[in-house]
Design a protein around this ligand. Structure first.
Ligand SMILES: Cc1cc2nc3c(=O)[nH]c(=O)nc-3n(C[C@H](O)[C@H](O)[C@H](O)COP(=O)(O)O)c2cc1C
Length: 260
């Protein structure tokens, strides 16, 4: 039935090849006229010659797309040799005062070394620079807030996963000097990993112990790299939860400021 109808159409309704090419040229001329009209009116509306209009359009589109794309950052390998000795770093460990925080840029290599000291792999694929209970992987994550974005440290690949291009440093702590740190490290208890303990009290205590060990390593690495750091407990937990889009069960614990 359907094949019959198709052949009927072929015989009586569909145009011949000659008619078709004629119609195409009519339509394409019409389309050209429409497109020319649109180009003309758009250019007139913007009062721009095409030599300016096209590059401007390309620039705007490139800018718009690069703004949307979130890019991960592979960190340079952490420093594991040389530099200041442990005992000298212990002697130098101190909290930087709020008024000494500087806007000077911190090298990515230094940031990577501090993050590695806080929770990086130091033996194969299951040994970290801080002790973790019950054979669990790090249940305290680190987020990095900078001038132009927020990232999550991925210890498995020693890289930063970009979460946003916003500067959130201003709204996450009670003390206003916090936003002046070049980087603010945000320590967050990982609810999903800690839930495997099936014990809320242990989960809360273990995450606090982890944050303590991690922050002391950050203090020592910062001293060795001649960077300033400070532990901050007075934080705006709800603001952090929403800025980092934390899942239910994750708990912001504290901040560590990083400054030159
Ligand atoms: C548990 C804890 C909470 C802290 N909370 C804050 C804080 O909210 N704001 C702040 O400016 N410093 C905070 N600090 C930093 C201390 O004020 C600082 O370590 C103390 O003044 C001692 O100085 P030092 O680290 O140079 O030895 C905190 C330190 C600890 C250990």
């Amino acid at each position: 039935m359907f094949s019959n109808q198709t052949s009927a159409n072929a015989d009586h309704r569909l145009p011949t090849m000659e008619q078709e090419s004629e119609m195409c040229s009519v339509f394409s001329n019409q389309t050209d006229v429409d497109a020319d009209h649109r180009r003309y009116t758009t250019k007139r509306a913007l009062c721009l010659p095409s030599s300016v209009f096209r590059p401007l359009l390309v620039f705007l589109m490139t800018f718009a797309f690069s703004g949307w794309a979130l890019a991960d950052i592979a960190l340079p390998p952490p420093r594991t040799e040389g530099g200041m000795g442990l005992f000298e770093a212990l002697k130098k460990r101190a909290s930087v005062s709020g008024s000494d925080l500087s806007a000077a840029e911190i090298k990515l290599e230094d940031l990577g070394t501090v993050l590695w000291a806080a929770t990086g792999l130091n033996r194969g694929t299951k040994g970290w620079t801080v002790p973790m209970a019950n054979g669990l992987p790090p249940y305290c994550r680190i987020y990095v807030a900078g001038n132009d974005g927020v990232w999550r440290y991925d210890w498995a690949t020693h890289s930063l996963k970009e979460l946003s291009k916003e500067n959130i440093k201003g709204g996450i702590a009670a003390q206003s000097f916090v936003k002046r740190a070049f980087y603010v490290l945000i320590l967050v208890a990982d609810g999903e990993i800690l839930a495997t303990l099936n014990n809320e009290k242990d989960a809360a205590e273990f995450s606090q112990v982890a944050a303590g060990a991690m922050s002391q390593n950050i203090y020592l690495a910062a001293a060795a790299l001649k960077l300033g750091t400070r532990y901050i407990h007075s934080i705006h937990r709800e603001a952090i939860r929403s800025a980092l889009k934390l899942p239910q069960g994750d708990e912001p614990i504290s901040l560590m400021l990083l400054s030159k």
